[in-house]
Design a protein around this ligand. Structure first.
Ligand code: TRP
Ligand code: ZN
Length: 471
């Protein structure tokens, strides 16, 4: 190429560059499109700042190391996500802990912290639709969070370790992420603890090995199916574990239970019953949604309530009784596989899991659901507000959500009959398997299966302020 034409080619390139800049408003970054910051919250009616806009997480790889003596957690979160807009920056939720650094696609990212909002500004903007990987390294003594209803969640220290539970907002106490139920992702949770202790989490244990110097043990847990972050759990301590296989229809599902040694013997018989209960549930609710099952049983005082952590619900020993086990396992379909799109839809979890208990009592304990319905109807606490309209975060786990939520299902059953009712019960988690859904999605779905208008049920039982004269 001669000098003259080289100059001309250069000039053409400059013109193109100027045109490109003009078209996009002078964008920075790789894609040449001007990005804007993702929203700092998803405007959840109960928790407006929970979650973040502008991206959708597909996978969390958490690498954690915990020292029970000092209470210190060292973590690295690798978050694989897709941008849903041109992004100049985006937020992650994190409560407490100290961030040491962050990268996006391997390049250092600027980090800003304002309370529970962590802002990562990548060197280059991220184009809408593009997949990216963000890493955050962090350290500190994780917090226990006290909710507005007085219950404790987040990171709870125990005599020999810790447990992590996250409903509704506690998961941000142990890893940064998009902590809203509407953004579900798969997880790999790798945990290193002093030798002699164990770390139990969600999904399948894919490896467990001692370090070369014998001082630590590292466990890798793989949860393949989409999971809301509030359903992630981690229990560190001494455990008696036991494994078996549940035959659930055509599926064989590994069942791993872990119990604190002090409660292992007295929880053993009920732990052994998990395959049977899951079998009854899959006959009524449809195929079991996950590759692993089980339970974690801790001492009383280690945590305040049972939680339906995905694949492997967690219990304080005194809550580990048949009804609550049926309830937490029912959540695997209602809550874990189909997850509420927002926290005000929580009755889709609790109403269904409670009705699961009523059905179990009907089939095994000679108590017709009608009896439980009448009992719930007579409970004045259940009428404080309509189940589909909790007014504050204090309401989320109270009687109207559980009892009146279950009453809604019983009214549908009375109206459509058992055949159609069971079709709705099993069809709902099939339709939204691994997804999220709203109350409206449910009412529309129930009507479409029933082939009739059910607005009387919704008006009075789901949304109504007044208690009807009779059940
Ligand atoms: N969702 C749990 C269950 O019903 C219980 C739960 C979570 C809870 N957070 C709570 C109960 C706060 C009371 C208070 O299985
Ligand atoms: Zn529940």
């Amino acid at each position: 190429m001669n000098t003259r034409s080289r100059v001309r080619a250069g000039a053409v390139a400059v013109v193109f560059a100027l045109l490109a800049a003009g078209c996009t408003g002078g964008g920075a970054g790789g894609g040449g499109v001007q990005g804007t910051p993702g929203a700092a919250g998803l405007r959840d009616p109960m928790f407006p700042k929970l979650g973040n806009g502008g991206y959708d997480v597909s996978h969390y790889a958490l690498t954690l190391s915990y020292d029970p003596a000092s209470g210190r957690l060292d973590g690295r979160a690798e978050i694989t996500a897709r941008a849903t807009q041109d992004l100049s920056a985006f937020n992650l939720d994190l409560d407490g802990l100290t961030v040491r650094g962050a990268t996006v696609d391997g390049a250092p990212a600027a980090v800003n912290r304002a309370g529970n909002e962590l802002t990562l500004r990548p060197r280059d903007d991220i184009d809408a639709g593009k997949r990216f990987v963000a890493t955050v390294t962090y350290t500190g003594v994780p917090k226990t969070i006290t909710d507005s209803d007085g219950s404790e969640e987040g990171w709870l220290k125990t005599a020999d370790g810790a447990v992590a539970v996250g409903e509704p907002t506690g998961s941000m106490a142990w890893f940064p992420g998009n902590h809203h139920p509407s953004d579900k992702a798969s997880y790999d949770i790798t945990v290193t603890v002093p030798a002699g202790l164990q770390a139990v989490s969600n999904g399948v244990l894919s490896s467990e090995r001692k370090s070369a110097d014998g001082r630590t043990t590292t466990s890798v847990w793989h949860a393949a199916e989409p999971m809301a972050s509030y359903l992630a759990t981690l229990a560190i301590g001494h455990f008696d574990t036991s494994t078996t296989t549940a035959t659930l229809g055509r599926a064989k599902v590994p069942v791993l239970t872990a119990a604190d040694p002090s409660v292992a013997a007295k929880s053993a018989a009920l732990r052994a019953k998990i395959p049977e209960i899951l079998d009854w549930e899959q006959q009524n609710f449809g195929p079991y949604p996950f590759a692993a099952a089980g339970a974690i049983v801790e001492r009383d005082g280690d945590l305040g309530y049972a939680l339906e952590t995905q694949g492997r619900p967690i219990f304080p020993a005194s809550s580990f009784e048949e009804g609550t086990l049926v309830h937490e396992l029912a959540h695997q379909w209602y809550g874990d596989s189909v997850t509420p799109a927002s926290w005000k839809d929580i009755w889709l979890n609790e109403g269904f899991a409670t009705y699961g208990e009523w059905l179990y009592e009907e089939d095994f304990q000679h108590t017709p659901a009608q009896k439980n319905f009448e009992k719930a109807f007579a409970n004045d606490d259940a009428w404080a507000f309509p189940p589909a309209a909790p007014t504050s975060s204090e309401d989320l786990f109270s009687a109207p959500v559980y009892q009146r939520g279950a009453m809604v299902l019983h009214k549908i059953r009375q109206k459509v009959g058992d055949d159609v009712f069971y079709e709705i019960l099993s069809g709902w988690p099939a339709k939204h398997r691994y997804g999220t859904a709203t109350t409206e999605d449910f009412t529309k779905y129930a009507e479409s299966v029933a082939g009739e208008d059910l607005s009387d049920v919704w008006k009075v039982w789901l949304y109504g302020d007044e208690k009807p004269d009779k059940p």
